[in-house]
Design a protein around this ligand. Structure first.
Ligand SMILES: Cc1cc2nc3c(=O)[nH]c(=O)nc-3n(C[C@H](O)[C@H](O)[C@H](O)COP(=O)(O)OP(=O)(O)OC[C@H]3O[C@@H](n4cnc5c(N)ncnc54)[C@H](O)[C@@H]3O)c2cc1C
Length: 340
């Protein structure tokens, strides 16, 4: 097939900046070509969909076909006095979408400003930040099942969203391409969510007492820029591990040993969510280098590529951290990032 490229470098297509390539590569730029995906995946016995590459670790060259979702478009599907339903192409950059919403005066995604990656990947791990998750604003999505070669329409409930989890990381893992997502956003009387992660303090500092959605997004951008490394300057995939949820009893037990251990009530009763970054930091990993990769100096939850590192090094660093955290606290960390 002439539009499938061979031996394509993925160095600028993953935010760790790992120098790997893909045996075959197909850029999906037009929905018209969704019908050809059956032929594309038949080229090899291995395939994967790639968005912005901000939640993947390539541990080696990819020996199959990469389908790079680049479908664009933001369309107002319908509206009432209060709400706007907006259909967005899976290849649209997430932060550009957030900025577009703010420009239109649509509320709901402002707390999710500056999350890297594309709209099509947002439902995969139910992206979330500062008290808001994809599941709070997503209505439905259109996907293509690449194994059965059929179209799927899933509503919010079908996606089985949980904390950094969805049906796409379970039953439908590795077999669908999400090509369009519909969100329901507010046009007025926006629900302002300023209670998480220092937003309120940040607004206080700027003397903003009645924040708009634009103020919230601006605060989130500024807080994130101060805390997280910019992937354009230092390779990373954001939070590398999920925050573990542990039984309250275990939490209380640990609290006796570590009185400053933070914990937050989780959705399940009798469970507490513990910040993985705190555990890793307290275990002494923050700022450590490991060959050409390491743990970010300002945030222990983020693993970084210092330049010429590779995915194998990141994988083995993350395994050492998992083992050490288990030894020290009896807590099993889970990787948030997809290991390829
Ligand atoms: C600095 C930094 C900060 C971050 N902060 C956050 C944060 O606050 N909250 C948060 O939740 N995440 C965060 N992340 C992680 C990441 O931005 C999100 O997971 C994002 O949704 C990944 O999008 P992507 O397009 O880059 O996906 P990719 O990395 O390209 O892919 C991720 C997974 O989704 C699959 N996939 C991608 N696109 C599609 C599609 N269209 N259809 C089907 N499958 C697909 C891939 O096969 C892969 O398994 C951060 C990352 C970085 C680098």
């Amino acid at each position: 097939m002439h539009w499938v490229e061979g031996n394509k470098s993925l160095k600028d297509k993953n935010t760790f900046g790992f120098d790997v390539s893909s045996r075959y590569y197909f850029a999906l730029r037009d929905p018209w070509y969704i019908k050809d995906l059956e032929d594309v995946v038949s080229i090899s016995n291995q395939f994967m969909v790639l968005g912005g590459g901000s939640n993947v670790v390539f541990t080696q060259h990819y020996n199959g076909v990469i389908i790079h979702n680049q479908l664009q478009g933001v369309k107002l599907e319908k509206e009432t006095d209060r709400y706007a339903w907006v259909r967005v192409g899976g290849g649209v950059n997430w932060h550009s979408f957030v900025m577009h919403c703010l420009a239109q005066g649509w509320g709901g995604v402002e707390n999710l400003a500056l999350i890297p990656g594309n709209v099509g990947a947002a439902p995969i791990q139910n992206i979330g930040a500062y008290g808001v998750e994809c599941k709070d604003v997503m209505v439905s999505l259109k996907a293509h099942d690449l194994l059965d070669n059929k179209s799927l329409v899933l509503n919010n409930e079908d996606c089985m969203f949980r904390y950094r989890d969805s049906i796409f990381k379970n039953e439908l893992k590795g077999r669908t391409l999400i090509h369009e997502v519909t969100f329901k956003l507010t046009k007025n009387n926006h629900i302002i969510n300023a209670s998480y992660g220092g937003i309120l303090e940040h607004l206080d500092f700027k003397n903003i007492s009645q924040p708009t959605i634009q103020d919230i997004a601006q605060a989130v951008v500024e807080i994130r820029q101060a805390k997280l490394p910019d992937p354009n300057k230092i390779g990373n995939a954001g939070s590398f591990f999920k925050n573990p949820v542990i039984p309250k009893e275990k939490f209380n037990h640990l609290k006796e040993r570590y009185p400053d251990l933070p914990g937050y009530g989780a959705a399940q009763t009798d469970s507490i969510k513990v910040p993985a970054g705190w555990l890793i930091d307290r275990a002494g990993w923050k700022g450590k280098t490991y060959g050409k990769v390491g743990v970010y100096k300002n945030q222990a939850l983020v693993l970084v590529n210092h330049g010429e590192g590779n995915g194998q090094e990141i994988l083995s660093l993350s395994s050492d951290i998992i083992e050490d955290i288990y030894d020290q606290y009896g807590i099993q960390l889970e990787r948030e990032v997809n290991i390829i």
